[in-house]
Design a protein around this ligand. Structure first.
Ligand code: XUL
Ligand code: CO
Length: 437
């Protein structure tokens, strides 16, 4: 078989002192943390769209990426060949999972039937490569935003035919995800929102979206697909406002339309920051609702207000992320999916390796640090003590529903004043985290 990354061999763990840029310093797949291997904790996944379809195009210039394996055509043959390149890359990197949109892997044809045929031809090669390498599909999804037909949205389009097209497309995307043994399927509502409320029937659009998701749940059951469904919150871009704007909005939507039991959330870092939240905030909101499913690992740029999808390298960020993920029991179907792209200026194939190695090492460090903080116990003890007034006395009575306003007034009239507060010790806790970083 032809090799496209001849100068790269399998990326190995060489330890923190290694100066080899093509080695892991922290990600040691078989090393155990809290009784589980790093590989099983992190479940790293490579995204097809940025890593194998990204060209480096931006609003001011054409693509810059050098991808010698790509013949520049929209042919099925080129798409099939790209699959082999992708699997060579993922195998050398040691990533156990990948994720794709239907339109990343295969070109659209003249009509839906031809498009589906193209997909089948590429899925055949994906299946072969999955079998050859043991690499698995973390989740599949459908691109319901790129083609001009989705200009007004897909499930929320004002055009009922577009809803029907999107339904047919998602049906097929769930089928191929099922065929490839995908652990999940993600819905990201790229254009499910609006540009102006002047032309928008918001209530009707949201009802259509709920109807669409119910149809997907029904179909999933019908074909016996057991993978987890995810919604991926994002507040805006390309729309001015997207309905699945953040974790809280998604949970509210799912609850309102009786969908909560069928979905978990796929939380993306740069989407959290676009929503004016931190990643940890979004993870906590999802986790508290029992809906923390998976993450799209990336980061934005503090000085740029759009979705720059950079590779995560901040150990602070990965530590906070892993603290919350471990707190809620770790991943089951989900994983750390690198929805991140190399910069336009990083146009050589080797940059794809540097980017992923850096992200994987940053998460491995975050995992080790989070585990050390949990083992130390001072942070968790502080939080437990902070709420100790709820463990007995009046706090306990409130939590157990034994008292109401009348009893609480009587209690406070007798007592006269609330017990004194204690310090929140934010700086002390920030210093404590730094002890471990
Ligand atoms: C877009 C984004 C998507 C989803 C999958 O911002 O994150 O790529 O992850 O559709
Ligand atoms: Co994403």
């Amino acid at each position: 078989m032809r090799s496209y990354f001849k100068n790269v061999s399998r990326i190995r763990y060489e330890g923190p002192k290694s100066k080899n840029p093509l080695a892991f310093r922290h990600y040691n797949p078989d090393a155990r943390v809290e009784g589980k291997t790093m590989k099983d904790h992190l479940r790293f996944s490579v995204v097809y769209w940025h890593t194998f379809r990204g060209t480096g195009i931006d609003p001011f210039g054409v693509g810059t990426a050098i991808r010698p394996w790509d013949d520049g055509t929209q042919s099925v043959r080129n798409a099939q060949n790209r699959v082999r390149v992708a699997f060579e890359f993922m195998e050398k990197l040691g990533a156990p999972f990948y994720a794709f949109h239907d339109r990343d892997i295969a070109p659209e044809g003249a009509n839906l039937r031809e498009t589906n045929r193209n997909l089948d031809a590429v899925v055949k090669v994906l299946k072969e490569e999955q079998q050859r390498t043991g690499i698995k599909l973390l989740w599949g999804t459908a691109n319901l935003f790129g083609n001009p037909r989705f200009v007004h949205g897909a499930a929320t389009s004002c055009n009922a035919d577009v809803f029907a097209y999107a339904a047919a497309q998602v049906k097929k995307a769930i089928e191929i995800t099922h065929e490839l043994g995908g652990a999940g399927y993600t819905f990201w509502g790229g254009r499910e929102g609006y540009s102006t409320l002047l032309n928008t029937d918001l209530k009707r659009e949201q009802e259509h979206l709920a109807k669409f998701l119910h149809m997907a749940v029904d179909y999933k059951k019908k074909i016996g697909f057991k993978g987890q469904f995810y919604i991926e919150p994002k507040p805006k871009e390309p729309t001015k406002h997207q309905y699945d704007s953040d974790a809280a909005a998604c949970l509210n939507f799912l609850r309102e339309y009786d969908l909560l039991k069928h979905f978990k959330l796929n939380i993306e870092t740069n989407h959290a920051t676009l929503a004016g939240h931190t990643m940890q905030h979004e993870l906590e909101v999802a986790g508290a609702a029992g809906a923390l499913g998976s993450i799209d690992a990336n980061t934005g740029d503090e000085l740029l207000g759009w979705d720059t999808d950079q590779f995560p390298t901040s150990v602070y960020l990965t530590t906070q992320t892993m603290l919350t993920i471990l707190k809620y029991g770790g991943f089951t179907t989900g994983g750390v999916n690198f929805d991140a792209k190399v910069r336009r200026e990083s146009f050589e194939p080797i940059d794809l390796f540097y980017a992923h190695i850096g992200g994987m090492d940053a998460f491995a460090r975050g995992l080790k640090i989070a585990a050390a903080i949990r083992k130390d116990g001072r942070l968790a003890d502080f939080v437990t003590k902070r709420y100790s007034s709820w463990d007995s006395g009046i706090g306990r009575k409130i939590e157990q529903g034994q008292v109401g306003f009348v009893e609480l007034e009587k209690y406070m009239l007798e007592k006269g004043e609330a017990a004194p507060n204690t310090s929140g010790r934010q700086e002390f806790l920030e210093n404590l985290i730094n002890e471990f970083i």
